[in-house]
Design a protein around this ligand. Structure first.
Ligand SMILES: NC(=O)CC[C@H](N)C(=O)O
Length: 251
C-alpha cells in the first residue's frame, strides 16, 4: 500500500516522513502517469502559485482533476487546500489554476505574511473521536489560508476564533474582526467533503500523526480497522519545542 505525495514543491518530504512513522510508504508524484500507481494523494503545503505553474508544466491538472472526481482520497494541507478549493480569493493578478472539487471559498494568506505565521492549540473533536489522544492539536499556520464559506456537503473539522490570532493589526484577519459585530468571529481551518480532506495548517511539521492516521482511514485498502496505525502522541512523545521561525520559509 503506497500513498502518493505531490512532490512539485513544498513540504512533501515531511509528509513522507510522517507516513513512514505510521508504517506507510509515501511515494513522490510528479507526472500524470504516476497517479495511476497510487490510490490516494497528499498535496503538501508550499506556495500554491509556484505549484500551479509546475503542475501546468507537467500537464498534471487533467489527471489530478480526474483523480479527485473518481472519488480517490485526497488531502490538501495549506497550499494543498488552496489547490483543492473550488474558489480562491487573494490570488496574484491573473489568478492561478486550481484542481477544485472542494466546495468552499478559500482566502490565500488570510492571516498575513510570513512573519505573522503562528502556532495554536486547535480543538479537534471529530479527530479525537476516531484517533483518541489529547482534545486539541498543535496547529502550525505558515502564511496560511482560511476557508471563508463552505457548501452543504462540507463537514467542518476545525475552526479558529480570530481573537486567538495574536498578529499584526494591519492583517486581514484583524481587519475582519474589527468589522464584525460578533464577539467571537471564527474562520474555518479544516474540512472534509467525501473523499477530500483539507487543512489550512501543517500536521506534517509536528510529531502528532493523528491527521495522517485520520486520512489513512479514508483510504479503502487501509480503512477503519487497521490497528497498525497508532497515532495519538503519548506523554513522552510530545511536540518538539520549536517555533515557527524554525520552519521553512514558503514564499
Ligand atoms: N504554508 C503554505 O502552504 C502557504 C501557502 C501560500 N500562502 C500559498 O498561497 O500558496
Amino acid at each position: 500500500m503506497v500513498v502518493g505525495v505531490l512532490a512539485l514543491q513544498g513540504s512533501f518530504n515531511e509528509h513522507i516522513a510522517a507516513l513512514k512513522r505510521l508504517g506507510v510508504k509515501g511515494v513522490e508524484v510528479r507526472k500524470p502517469q504516476q497517479l495511476q500507481n497510487v490510490s490516494s494523494l497528499i498535496i503538501p503545503g508550499g506556495e500554491s502559485t509556484t505549484m500551479a505553474k509546475l503542475a501546468e508544466l507537467h500537464n498534471l491538472f487533467p489527471a489530478l482533476r480526474e483523480f479527485v472526481q473518481l472519488g480517490k482520497p485526497v488531502w490538501g494541507t495549506c497550499a494543498g487546500l488552496i489547490f483543492l478549493a473550488n474558489k480562491a480569493t487573494g490570488q496574484k493578478t491573473g489568478g492561478q489554476e486550481l484542481i477544485g472539487g472542494l466546495d468552499c471559498t478559500v482566502h490565500r494568506n488570510f492571516f498575513g505574511s510570513q512573519i505573522q505565521s503562528f502556532e495554536t492549540e486547535l480543538p479537534i473533536p471529530q479527530i479525537v473521536a476516531k484517533e483518541g489522544g489529547p482534545p486539541s492539536f498543535r496547529a502550525v499556520f505558515i502564511r496560511a489560508p482560511a476557508i471563508l464559506d463552505v457548501g452543504p456537503d462540507v463537514e467542518v473539522l476545525a475552526d479558529i476564533p480570530l481573537s486567538a490570532v495574536e498578529t499584526i493589526s494591519s492583517n486581514h484577519a484583524i481587519q475582519k474582526e474589527e468589522e464584525s459585530t460578533e464577539s467571537e468571529k471564527k474562520v474555518i481551518v479544516a474540512v472534509k467533503q467525501g473523499n477530500l480532506l483539507a487543512t489550512a495548517f501543517h500536521p506534517e511539521l509536528t510529531a502528532d500523526t493523528r491527521w495522517h492516521s485520520y486520512f489513512l482511514k479514508m483510504v479503502p485498502e487501509i480503512g477503519e480497522g487497521t490497528s497498525a496505525i497508532v497515532s495519538a502522541p503519548t506523554a513522552d512523545q510530545s511536540f518538539p519545542e520549536r517555533s515557527v521561525i524554525d520552519f521553512p520559509i514558503y514564499q
